[in-house]
Write a protein that binds this ligand. Structure first.
Ligand SMILES: [Zn+2]
Length: 238
């Protein structure tokens, strides 16, 4: 089996897994992989991640032109911008996962650190997550918003839409997206309950022990925030 054939199968396997666990409904969500020649494999437009055909996955050349397969997702500008700013990224996963979408609409969210450091695996897999404003799906302007983050975030949440996560492999991108979704779920479960997040010292210990690279100031800034506000906070009166 050639490397490209293996990667096509991998996209279908992870896509089915994500779909079957309810992490992206209908024909939402898309997956891309960057190949050694600079080209890409990307899931087709209007394709359900649960029912992908390896032979019909869109194959693009390094210039983004369709070489074979079905018409690619309209979210190409989103993927391209994240690849451009994260040179080490080899795979990107974009989902419409319920809890992350819900968190993207909350009034108290810090756009530089969408979620507090609730668990070590959130920091180890997803790192920190930035919020970008709402754009119509497929709007090329989302690319400017992603480029504006200057590659500091592998994990980005599109307001009222869903997460976009880059990884050094498809497995890493999928696992990071899952951690983001699970942490968003925890956040919603704990909101208004005043949970203890990881302390700045515990975050710093993870950063140094596992060699994590968080955006500048995040290790301290995240932990200092009072997330999961107590009852009433974070809601506008009137
Ligand atoms: Zn989408």
């Amino acid at each position: 089996m050639s490397e490209e054939t293996r990667l096509r199968e991998e996209i279908c396997t992870y896509g089915r897994s994500l779909f079957e666990r309810g992490l992206t409904p209908g024909s939402s969500g898309n997956i891309s992989l960057r190949l050694d020649d600079g080209g890409w494999l990307v899931t087709p437009t209007n394709a359900s991640l649960g029912f992908l055909d390896p032979a019909r996955i869109s194959r693009l050349d390094a210039g983004g032109n369709l070489v074979s397969g079905d018409k690619p997702t309209k979210e190409i500008p989103l993927h391209a911008a994240l690849y451009d700013s994260r040179v080490e990224a080899r795979a990107i996963v974009h989902l419409h996962s319920t809890h992350a979408v819900a968190v993207s609409m909350l009034p108290e969210i810090d756009p530089r650190a969408v979620l507090p450091p609730l668990t070590p695996y959130y920091l180890m897999r997803a790192g920190a997550t930035a919020l970008v404003p709402y754009f119509r799906p497929g709007d090329p302007a989302v690319a400017d918003a992603i480029r504006g983050l200057a590659g500091r975030y592998a994990s980005v949440l599109l307001a009222n839409h869903g997460p976009v996560v880059a990884g050094s492999s498809l497995e890493n991108a999928v696992f990071a997206t899952e951690e983001l979704e699970e942490t968003a779920k925890l956040y919603l479960l704990l909101r208004n309950l005043n949970p203890r997040t990881l302390s700045p010292q515990q975050v710093q210990d993870l950063v140094s022990h596992f060699g994590l690279t968080l955006p500048e100031g995040q290790a301290e800034g995240q932990a200092e925030r009072q997330d999961c506000p107590s009852s009433g906070e974070g809601h506008r009166n009137g």
